[in-house]
Unconditional design. Structure first.
Length: 213
């Protein structure tokens, strides 16, 4: 937030925020939109959450927010990275975010990046800075070929099929069974995230049967 003292005028700040919410571009799904606007007292940086998500408790400054879902996803990946490297081959890591309020948008931002909007110029773009994008050594295969994101896992299975996040640097082949799941991929040419829906609506029942059997 800009450096504005208690006795300083808030007029410019209030107008800037009003202008931002008036001209916001339509969100993609329920994904958050990161907005920046420069005013005389500094830079306004906001995370705008779609009103389709019931997260009114997140209101307030980003630093003061108690939502650490994306941090938990990052920790889970980094915690397993050393162990996965010892395998010598790309690994598919399954992450269960049950009870943490995670959504596929959280995984999108952690693994691929996020959409930002520059209010001063009225332009928006996708910032590809996720864990799956940058690599220090591009000669070696990636540690993780994909991430399998589970949601709402319980004693009797899960409420929705997991989503398969494929590492864009992985050039091998994944098992056909996994490719039947809904997939999320990063398209470098279009600089955007692509979602591939499953063609098997009863896949969850098939997977539960395979596990139980």
């Amino acid at each position: 937030m800009p450096q504005i003292g208690q006795s300083d005028s808030k007029k410019e700040f209030k107008k800037a925020v009003a202008d931002i919410v008036t001209v916001l571009p339509s969100p993609e799904g329920n994904a958050s939109l990161y907005v920046t606007k420069v005013i005389s007292s500094g830079i306004i940086f906001l995370e705008m959450i779609s009103k389709g998500i019931d997260e009114s408790w997140l209101a307030g400054s980003i630093n003061g927010s108690v939502d650490d879902t994306k941090e938990n996803i990052e920790k889970a990946i980094r915690r397993k990275r050393k162990q996965a490297r010892q395998s010598g081959i790309p690994v598919i890591l399954a992450i269960n975010m049950d009870g943490m309020g995670a959504s596929y948008e959280n995984f999108d931002q952690v693994l691929f990046g996020y959409t930002w909007y520059h209010a001063n110029y009225g332009i928006s773009a996708f910032k590809a800075n996720g864990l799956f994008i940058g690599r220090a050594n591009k000669e070696k295969p990636p540690t993780f070929a994909a991430i399998l994101a589970f949601f709402n896992v319980g004693l009797w299975g899960w409420e929705a099929d997991p989503i398969l996040y494929i590492n864009p640097h992985f050039t091998g082949e994944l098992p056909n069974g996994l490719l039947r799941l809904e997939q999320r991929l990063y398209d470098s040419e279009k600089n955007t995230i692509i979602g591939v829906k499953t063609q098997y609506p009863d896949l969850r029942k098939e997977m539960l049967f395979a596990i139980d059997g």
